[in-house]
Design a protein around this ligand. Structure first.
Ligand code: GDP
Ligand code: IMO
Ligand code: MG
Length: 424
């Protein structure tokens, strides 16, 4: 399969990093096409844990070309920190390239993310406060700073002067915040530009050429379908398109390049940040899943909200992404729960039962999950070596899940390590 996409099907943190790392062992190129360092992708190899935010999860393979496409928003300070920490652990970053069109997260974007969230008070989104939304706002406002500008000091100085003055006015006069010293920002970001220059290359061309040469390409999704700006739980979403279709615009390749689309889900559901979560568990089972599953944000450390698997949202993801198969992670976390539940549909306040995720929060409000129950399993499944070796109740859970969402489950995760995956 020459060009594969891996996308999140819930609210993020489904274990995409792990699946990419596994599939990257068979890939020549790994590409990130949207989002920024709001992402936190964990890769575990023989007990060594790597938490990646901007750098593609193929980086642990020395011969894999890792690309950051035009649709990504890049915080250069954080990115350089990630480069340094990988290099310090002996991981080479020589095979990394960033598209000159990628927009740069400036310090005022981070400040404005925090100030606007505080201004919203109790109706805040619960963003990662990494400046993601404000950077995409400037991109679409057509006043953003891109990687190309960062490595050209005169262009950068002029752009910082024009946009920085406006940002300082908004920060001080609208929000009562502290202005930025624009000369100091120019010096600091010119320094980042020097460091990033060797990595700059046209990712659209590199990806096109790799495809023409018959290389295997993996597109690494960040965030997830229910966080998509249009098809997620708006406004409790991120500011990009984490869908399979977002890969083409975020990289600069045509859709015919894509041959296989894999969705990643957990065997239950989690969410960080605010917004609706129909199957949320506010009880000791939810706490148990959080503790056993280590459900704390990779980027912000916030406790993740936990709940039962929701077939309605994953069915929505199967449709909007055109999934060929699913990888279901963290089945091991459900061990020891007597009765497992899976949401198969929603019941509206008027009693109507619906199977498709409603397009708006207004229509979702008042919907309650319709559950199917399953006998649980008590065995430790983390050392199983095949799907057939799993306890019968585990297999039945997965088989019913795939029936409900209408998509084949091709992989089942039974632990965080690279090796803890059962392929079907
Ligand atoms: P991503 O953002 O989708 O890449 O996911 P994160 O890395 O933020 O969160 C997933 C967490 O689950 C990480 O701590 C992974 O190491 C861990 N993980 C992934 N798959 C499995 C699995 O099958 N079982 C267990 N127990 N942990 C897993
Ligand atoms: P990965 O790639 C989980 C959530 C935030 C917040 C909302 C908007 O690791 O799965 P933003 O900072 O993007 O403006 O925040 O989106 N969010 C994520 N939740 N995993 C992620 O990435 C996320 N990236 C953003 O918590 O609710
Ligand atoms: Mg994550």
């Amino acid at each position: 399969m020459p060009a594969n996409i891996v996308v999140g099907t819930q609210w993020g943190d489904e274990g995409k990093g792990k699946i990419i790392d596994i599939l990257a062992s068979r890939a020549d190129v790994v590409v990130r096409s949207q989002g920024g360092n709001n992402a936190g992708h964990t890769v575990v190899n023989n007990g060594e844990v790597y938490k990646l935010h901007l750098i593609p999860s193929g980086i642990l393979y020395p011969d894999t070309l890792c690309l950051i496409g035009a649709g990504v928003v890049l915080d250069p300070k954080d990115f350089i920190g990630e480069l340094d920490s990988l290099e310090a652990r002996g991981v080479s970053t020589a095979n990394l390239r960033i598209d000159p069109r990628a927009h740069i997260v400036m310090p005022w974007h981070i400040a404005l993310d925090g100030l606007s969230e505080a201004f919203r008070g109790g109706s805040d989104i619960g963003t990662t406060k990494r400046g993601i939304g404000p950077t995409y706002m400037d991109k679409y406002e057509r006043c953003g700073i891109r990687l190309y500008d960062l490595v050209h000091p005169e262009v950068l100085a002029a752009k910082i002067k024009s946009t920085g003055n406006l940002k300082n006015k908004i920060i001080t006069e609208v929000y009562g915040g502290e202005p930025f010293d624009l000369d100091a920002v120019t010096d600091e970001y010119t320094g980042y530009g020097k460091r990033l220059l060797p990595y700059m290359d046209d990712v659209s061309v590199l990806t096109f050429d790799a495809d023409k040469a018959g290389k295997t390409i993996m597109f690494e999704g960040a965030q997830a379908t229910l966080l998509d700006i249009d098809f997620g739980t708006y406004p409790y979403v991120t500011s990009s398109h984490p869908l399979s279709a977002g890969v083409c615009v975020g990289t600069g390749v045509g859709p015919k390049v894509i041959s296989n689309i894999v969705g990643v889900a957990k065997a239950y559901t989690t969410r960080v940040g605010k917004g609706p979560f129909p199957t949320e568990l506010d009880d000791e089972i939810g706490d148990k899943i959080r503790t056993v599953g280590g459900e704390f944000g990779t980027t912000t450390g916030r406790p993740r909200r936990t709940g039962w698997f929701d077939a309605v949202i994953v069915r929505h993801s199967v449709r909007v992404n055109g999934l060929d198969s699913l990888a279901i992670n963290k089945l091991d976390t459900l061990s020891g729960i007597d009765t497992l539940k899976m949401c198969v549909a929603y019941k509206k306040p008027d009693g109507t039962v619906i199977e498709n995720f409603p397009p708006t929060l207004e229509e979702l409000a008042g919907c309650t999950p319709v559950y199917e129950e399953f006998p649980g399993f008590g065995e430790d499944i983390s050392k199983c070596t095949s799907f057939e070796e799993l306890p019968e109740n585990c297999r039945k859970y997965i088989e019913r899940l795939e029936e409900l969402v209408g998509c084949h489950v091709g992989m089942v995760g039974i632990g965080p390590d690279r090796s803890q995956i059962l392929e079907r």
